[in-house]
Write a protein that binds this ligand. Structure first.
Ligand code: NAP
Length: 280
């Protein structure tokens, strides 16, 4: 049976480290502040924004909330970002995505000062990651690196397969694993024989967005399996599942992340980590 990689525990350790780092900054007279912008009233976005505010509170950072109506214009949003970019008291700026359809998300992301882009979505930060320069890294893949390292999974020289090539998970994940000296293969919907590729993986990272798609037939015996997916298969139930069929895969993997309690809690912890890095 696979050992569980405990994202809840590891994320709380990271948040406690952030708290200690903020205490040190405060002792030097520096406050740390995250500006969170929400546009419209999408209930899922409101939950995410609420969780980010709670995490700020926990680590001792100030969270500044900005709420624009769905009827607001792109210009109004850009003006707010410009104002926050110039505000020395603001260390990080986060625009909760997705934005309502009338907004141009790419333009919004590009308007954020790259040195306050704690989500790591700005093309400058994506470029920094790909050429090995310091910069903000997308929180979910950065959290997966922490999960692996803090669970004593060695990455160097390992065969790593990432399923999914999205800009926020798959691609930065592949770049980070490459930076850690893994041999990396990225799969996607046009990959011809997915099983043949995934069965080679010592570390398999699954970010497909398809509930329980990856069962034991895709996994090599003893592999480490990281499940990024989050789904609520039954809307009336609180039960969540991932992209991995946990019951099937835990029988042959050496380590595995559960859903919930695996990758999910790491995303906010790494956001806090990025925020403190920005302030430092
Ligand atoms: P996405 O943008 O929808 O990307 C999915 C990727 O999977 C695409 O690259 C797609 O290939 C590939 N794919 C789809 N069907 C496939 C198939 N049958 N075989 C192989 N590849 C396939 O999703 P995402 O934003 O990366 O998110 C992935 C999952 O992670 C979702 O469940 C999401 O909810 C979850 N997520 C969790 C967190 C967290 O904090 N835990 C954060 C972000 C996302 P193509 O490029 O060819 O279309």
């Amino acid at each position: 049976m696979a050992e569980l990689i405990d994202g809840k525990l590891i994320s709380s350790i990271i948040k406690d480290e952030c708290k200690a780092r903020i205490e040190k900054l405060k002792s030097e007279g520096k406050e740390v502040a995250l500006a969170v912008i929400q546009v419209g009233d999408d209930p899922a976005s409101s939950v995410y924004v609420g969780n980010k505010k709670k995490a700020c509170e926990y680590i001792g950072a100030v969270s500044l909330s900005y709420h624009l109506e769905e009827s607001a214009t792109q210009e109004e949003l850009l003006e707010l970002i410009d104002k926050l970019n110039l505000d020395d008291k603001v260390n990080g700026i986060l625009v909760q995505l997705p934005l309502p359809k009338s907004f141009d998300e790419d333009e919004v992301i590009r308007r954020i000062d790259p040195d306050k882009d704690v989500d790591g979505f700005h093309p400058i930060n994506v470029g920094r990651l790909s050429i090995g320069e310091k910069g903000f890294v997308s929180c979910t893949p950065a959290g997966i690196i922490e999960l692996l390292k803090r669970s004593n999974v060695s990455i160097e020289g390992k065969e790593c397969v990432v399923i999914g090539r999205s800009n926020i998970v798959g691609k930065p994940m592949a770049m980070l694993m490459l930076r850690e000296n893994a041999t990396v293969t990225v799969c996607h919907s046009r990959t011809k024989d997915l099983r043949e590729v995934t069965k080679r993986a010592d570390i398999l990272i699954v970010a497909i967005g398809k509930p329980k798609m990856i069962d034991a037939s895709y996994v090599k015996e003893g592999a480490v399996v990281i499940d990024v997916g989050i789904h609520r298969p039954d809307p009336d139930s609180k039960k969540l599942c991932g992209d991995v069929d946990f019951e099937s895969v835990e029988k042959i993997a050496s380590k595995i992340t559960p859903v919930p309690g695996g990758v999910g809690p790491m995303t906010i912890a790494m956001l806090m980590n990025n925020l403190v890095n920005s302030a430092e």
